[in-house]
Design a protein around this ligand. Structure first.
Ligand SMILES: O=C(O)CCC(=O)C(=O)O
Ligand SMILES: [Fe+2]
Length: 441
């Protein structure tokens, strides 16, 4: 039965690796879905205009003059940069009509498109939440139009993605390039819609909000799109008993049964696969985002809860020689970096918990609460805190941040006994109270 220490450690490492691989199977789950949907000509009648008298165009077979008139009725589309609305045709060249100035019969619920996106994008292996789509804009990409690489500006915590509907007007070019976690996909709407043999169809692509995307230049014709923001729908609650992932679950059990895995009890952390919208200004609690996790992250949460753990979301900050985690977003911009200030202390006073410090004095004083990382998180640099460079619209409400799911385990054999769990650093009588505060919900 007894294992020598090095081989026990190797075994723990191997189990951890298997756990990461099982979770990355979920990451293989597509970050997008796309396709073609048959519609009726009635779905494609568009009315638009800002004045009393609206124009009408049948997008299932418009003539050139009609499309040109629609393009002329558009205003220039802007994009968000550093929380400002910017008009810059070297970055985005396209026309737009805001959703109060047009009406189209097409309905993503009635046509079954939303249900299709829900199944294809959110997957069927585990809890699939209800979703709703909010019409955002109509865009016209004429010859020479494009939209360079960006991520869409999140509008609220429940927003998890975007849906682009491409209407069946002839065009060439204008392919949508999608990139996420080192993977790329191209949705070529021109090709998707080139065959009109089966009657009118629309093309669609839906993707998670943290997916970088780009519309290549339209070389001829007009690419006309509707964009929708996709939200989790809280008014229709998610199922109470999430379907958990058996493989991830059994590897986690195996890991927790290893006596050399977090032998004194302590914190265990997983960096998340997706990015999530974080409210600004700071001090926003991250906990409500637990209901909005996507893909592999949602699968992980379901498994941890099934095991009886109650993980929380933390922002992870690199500050000087320390790493601090916080359950609220820290207002790091207010932390003055001048030499007589102590930014680490300030972060800790602001509710942070110290998890690493390259200072032996600290290690000895047991103020460090180490996290055993199963999946490392992308660390946030103190100077560029949660920050959005390019979006599709300016927003001061939400920006994207990297966060981690962290939970406490007890000693081997008593993993759920977290109240008596000691830090890896050793016994800590008075430190416990302080740490309970920081970890309290
Ligand atoms: O038209 C598309 O395919 C994407 C448009 C887009 O990225 C946006 O409007 O933010
Ligand atoms: Fe976009």
């Amino acid at each position: 039965m007894s294992q020598s220490k090095p081989s026990a450690e190797l075994e723990v490492k191997a189990i951890q690796e298997r756990l990461v691989n099982a979770l990355s199977d979920h990451t293989q789950q597509p970050f997008y879905c796309s396709g073609k949907l048959k519609v009726t000509s009635n779905d494609l009648i568009l009315y638009y205009g800002e004045e009393e008298k609206a124009s009408r165009i049948d997008l299932s077979g418009p003539n050139e003059n009609q499309v040109k008139a629609l393009a002329d009725a558009c205003t220039k589309a802007s994009f968000g940069m550093n929380q400002q609305d910017i008009l810059d045709e070297t970055y985005r060249k396209a026309g737009k009509i805001d959703n109060n100035h047009f009406a189209l019969n097409f309905n993503p619920v009635a046509t079954g498109l939303l249900e299709r996106v829900r199944g294809e994008l959110l997957g069927l292996q585990f809890e699939v939440p209800n979703i709703r789509a909010e019409l955002y804009k109509l865009n016209v990409y004429g010859p020479g139009s494009f939209f360079k690489s960006h991520v869409d500006t999140p509008r609220g915590k429940e927003m998890f993605g975007s849906l682009v509907v491409v209407l069946p007007t002839s065009h060439e070019g204008g392919a949508l390039h999608l990139r996420h976690s080192g993977k790329a996909f191209v949705y070529d709407s021109a090709r998707e819609l080139s065959s009109k043999a089966e009657g009118p169809s629309i093309g669609y692509a839906a993707f998670y909000s943290d997916v970088e995307h780009e519309v290549m230049e339209v070389t001829s014709g007009y690419r006309i799109t509707l964009t929708y923001n996709l939200y989790f729908d809280r008014t229709n609650p998610r199922p109470q008993t999430p379907i958990r992932d058996e493989t991830v679950s059994s590897i986690l059990s195996e890991l927790l049964s290893q006596p050399t895995f977090v032998p004194k009890g302590g914190l265990v952390g997983f960096g998340l696969t997706h990015k999530y919208p974080i409210s600004t200004p700071a001090r926003e609690r991250l906990r409500p985002l637990l209901d909005c996790l996507k893909g592999a992250d949602a699968a992980l949460l379901a498994v941890l809860r099934h095991h009886g753990f109650d993980p929380l979301l933390y922002a992870v900050y690199d500050i000087e020689d320390a790493v601090v985690i916080s359950e609220t977003v820290l207002n790091l911009q207010n932390i003055n970096m001048s030499y007589d200030d102590n930014p680490v202390e300030e972060a800790l006073n602001g509710g942070g918990l110290l998890i690493e410090r390259d200072d032996s004095e600290y290690q000895e004083s047991k103020k460090v609460h180490p996290v055993k990382w199963i999946m490392p998180t992308k660390r946030i640099n103190v100077l560029d805190t949660f920050y959005l460079a390019y979006g599709n619209d300016a927003s001061i409400e939400h920006v994207y941040g990297d966060i981690a799911l962290i939970f406490r385990v007890g000693k081997p054999g008593a993993r759920m006994d977290t109240a008596q769990g000691e830090e890896e650093g050793g016994e800590d009588e008075d430190g416990d109270e302080e740490e309970e505060d920081a970890m309290s919900y």
